[in-house]
Ligand binder design. Structure first.
Ligand SMILES: C[S@@+](CC[C@H](N)C(=O)[O-])C[C@H]1O[C@@H](n2cnc3c(N)ncnc32)[C@H](O)[C@@H]1O
Length: 244
């Protein structure tokens, strides 16, 4: 006999299924603002909404590296402003014209994201809890941004690096973004190995990276984007041994 039950097959056969990454209000705002983070383009917002919804009504600062081409009028900064009604949103861009997109709770700093000095200056001024790198996507810039700013984040802070598919767009020397020997993904993969194995030292020789591992709670990978979550306290056994 033909079933009249039109419930989806999954619910009929398996019981409830609760998607962790449903399309929600952040994607709706991103679509309205026209940022390429929306589901019709890179489809990052489902992941970001799950990751960042705890911040929704909080008072905090978010820093995004890369404001975007002027004709689009800073769509991601306007998206964050709408999604986080009590937050200050700071964009950093190398192009002076980006200043035009300042409005209440949206601030723009002009600076070169490949300069540790500029990154530190802007970070110290605004003290963000969340940093999102969507600037040049050059390997050296992504690595430098992360290595400079992750240690400065407060405990529990979040560092996101977007468009990490640029790590895979060719062998070094062939990719437009491959301006150094190591890609951002190669760095992340090494850190992930340390996190997954629970042991920093056999996998990581660099003391600065060991210190970073001691502060990483989780590395979350979604399609083309990576979020690195900072622990509340450093994990002592991962800290580099004092030099004798
Ligand atoms: C992909 S767009 C950002 C898009 C925007 N975040 C959005 O989602 O709508 C990249 C931006 O990074 C900026 N940029 C490129 N190199 C940079 C650098 N070295 N320092 C700071 N900004 C840079 C560009 O001027 C451009 O506005």
């Amino acid at each position: 006999m033909e079933s009249t039950d039109d419930a989806p097959a999954t619910e009929r056969e398996f019981g409830a299924v609760v998607p962790f990454l449903p399309t929600g209000s952040l994607d709706a705002i991103a679509t309205e603002m026209g940022t390429d983070k929306r589901s019709a383009k890179h489809d990052y917002m489902r992941f970001y909404e799950a990751l960042l919804s705890g911040y929704r009504d909080q008072k905090f600062t978010m820093l995004e590296l890369g404001v975007g081409i002027p004709s689009r009028r800073a769509p991601s900064l306007r998206t964050w402003k709408e999604f986080f009604p009590n937050a200050d949103i700071v964009g950093m861009d190398i192009r002076e014209v980006s200043k035009e997109f300042e409005e209440s709770r949206v601030h723009v700093e002009i600076g070169d994201a490949s300069s540790p000095k500029a990154l530190r200056r802007i970070f110290r001024r605004w003290k963000p809890s969340i940093v999102l790198d969507d600037a040049s996507h050059f390997w050296s810039h992504q690595i430098l941004g992360f290595k400079t700013l992750f240690p400065m984040l407060p405990p529990g802070g979040i560092y996101i690096c977007e468009d990490v598919h640029t790590s895979f767009s060719g062998e070094p020397g062939q990719s437009k973004y491959a301006d150094c020997d190591e890609s951002f993904w190669q760095l992340v993969a090494r850190l992930q190995t340390a996190i997954a194995s629970g042991k920093s030292h056999p996998h990581i020789s660099d003391r600065h990276e060991q210190r970073m591992v001691a502060w990483i709670d989780a590395i979350l990978v979604s399609r083309k984007t990576v979020a690195i979550l900072k622990r509340q306290k450093s994990r002592k056994r991962d800290l580099p041994k004092a030099k004798s």
